[in-house]
Write a protein of this length. Structure first.
Length: 505
């Protein structure tokens, strides 16, 4: 199908634009939050809900969104998600109070959960030729990896020169152009839908389990890990997700067929990608604070300071990952990619108050970007490689779920580590600070101490991601086949669907 559809490359433009909008939104609002909080009178206690409302709806409903895409049609789900996201963004930009803002953010999450898996699964079913698939996923991987840093630049610019409302309104032209383009250009391959009845118990259990997990980590950041509600959320999440797995193994038409998870290559991708995102999300947060508070950068200057990471990600994804994906096994791109990123992260453990941007932060970001771009590209492709077309929506949703849950864990876990190290440093050094200037210096040193302590953890997490990629991902180079090893049923299903040979690895 993809070989006879001349419009698939035009379709990629609109899919990539929609993905960029969703990824931008994850970071663009962070920079606008202080201004929005002041204008709308949101309390410090409720401020986190502007981020959390989106994360809970998006993370909790992703599997449901992926299944809807398989059932309802990916193009229709994609366009609906875009229109809904634009409407929710307009509501957020026009918010007059706390309730309206939080409602708009939750709605953005709901429509994002429809949009994100539909976008990735459209790529999976439209690009089945190995070389074309490598190029398409190279572009998609660069956007998925680098879009967050672009959001920091755009968020800084809009907040500084216009106002925070434009961080919401900017989504509307993105969404309208992508929706119109998708409606007229995208032609979904026939016979790729899964029309089985919807697994309602699976929807309820997975949504509640993921919401409890994301909220548990979010609450741990503000209330602490020993808080009774935090512990309750983790216990509840474990029970709900265990019940979900038990249900999926027994129902006739599961929301998430366990064959999608149990194939070792896809399982390795979901796990290693989730760990890498934990490390990356924490870093975005720390570097933003370091550059603005310790170094005194403006929001716009901070955004531009992340450009080397974006350049590295685009280069790694399109020039290394995409070019080598059809020649070398994915583990030899993902494993070394995560190792290079870990080396970049290791450089950042040397941060001090007077650290030179050009001497340390710039090369560290280039290494991080190159490593992540090289690893993300085959990961995005392999996550949907070898699945039956009828499962591509939920397989795509699992990629987004591992990213979303990884982001929530990363922010909470690394923030907690940083806060503990900062507090300990102040307790040890406060007695020696006898005047305001010395006290201010101790505060700044304590913040940097907190960041570097957390970054050491991020180095370890990236090393673990590399180890998982090297050991669990065993499939060969993705050439001439749309099937991953170890998934023969899925391989035959895909081969029948797109009439390409299955090559045994």
């Amino acid at each position: 199908m993809s070989e006879t559809d001349p419009r698939r490359w035009k379709a990629l433009i609109f899919i990539a634009l929609a993905q960029l909008m969703v990824v931008l939104d994850a970071t663009i609002v962070n920079i606008a939050l202080p201004s929005a909080q002041q204008d709308l009178g949101i309390s410090d206690g409720n401020r986190q809900w502007v981020i959390t409302a989106y994360a809970l709806a998006f993370g909790g409903l992703l599997l449901f969104g992926g299944r809807i895409a398989d059932l309802w049609g990916r193009k229709r789900t994609f366009v609906t998600g875009l229109i809904g996201f634009a409407a929710a963004s307009a509501l957020g930009g026009a918010a007059t109070g706390e309730a309206m803002m939080l409602g708009a953010r939750a709605l953005q999450g709901v429509f994002g959960a429809l949009l994100a898996p539909a976008a990735l699964s459209l790529l999976a079913v439209m690009f089945t030729d190995a070389k074309e698939r490598a190029k398409a996923f190279g572009i998609y991987g660069a956007i998925a990896g680098g879009g967050g840093a672009v959001g920091l630049i755009l968020g800084g610019f809009l907040t500084e020169y216009l106002n925070w409302r434009w961080t919401f309104f900017v989504n509307i032209p993105f969404a309208i152009i992508a929706a119109l383009g998708a409606y007229f250009v995208i032609r979904e391959p026939a016979g790729a839908r899964n029309r089985s009845p919807l697994d309602i118990p699976g929807v309820i259990l997975s949504t509640l389990g993921l919401v409890a997990l994301v909220y548990g980590f979010t609450r741990a950041e503000s209330a602490g890990w020993s808080d009774s509600l935090t512990i309750g959320m983790f216990v509840g999440s474990a029970l709900l997700l265990a019940a979900f797995v038990f249900t999926e193994a027994r129902v006739k038409s599961p929301l998430l067929p366990l064959r999608v998870l149990t194939e070792r290559n896809r399982g390795g991708v979901y796990l290693s990608l989730g760990l890498a995102i934990i490390a990356m999300f924490g870093l975005f947060l720390f570097l933003t604070y370091y550059l603005q508070i310790v170094k005194g950068f403006s929001p716009v200057k901070t955004g531009f300071a992340f450009l080397p990471m974006i350049v590295g990600m685009i280069t790694g994804s399109t020039q290394i990952g995409a070019r080598l994906m059809t020649r070398v096994p994915p583990r030899l791109l993902m494993g070394p990619g995560f190792v290079v990123a870990a080396v970049g992260m290791l450089l950042l453990t040397q941060l001090e108050i007077g650290t030179s941007y050009a001497g340390l932060i710039l090369p560290a970001q280039l290494l991080l970007g190159l490593g992540m771009g090289t690893a993300f590209m085959p990961a995005m492709s392999l996550a949907t490689h070898g699945v039956e077309p009828r499962d591509s929506g939920v397989a795509s949703a699992m990629v987004n779920t591992s990213q979303q849950v990884g982001g929530a864990i990363g922010t909470a876990l690394l923030n907690t580590i940083a806060a503990s190290a900062t507090t300990a440093y102040i307790a040890d050094h406060a007695a020696g600070a006898t005047n305001p200037a010395a006290q201010k210096l101790v505060q700044a040193q304590a913040m940097v101490e907190g960041y570097t302590s957390a970054i050491w953890w991020a180095v370890g997490i990236l090393a673990a991601a590399a180890a998982i990629a090297f050991t669990l991902i065993t499939t060969g180079a993705q050439s001439g086949s749309s099937a991953a090893s170890g998934d023969s049923e899925g391989a035959e299903g895909v081969a029948d669907e797109v009439r390409i040979p299955v090559v045994a690895h």
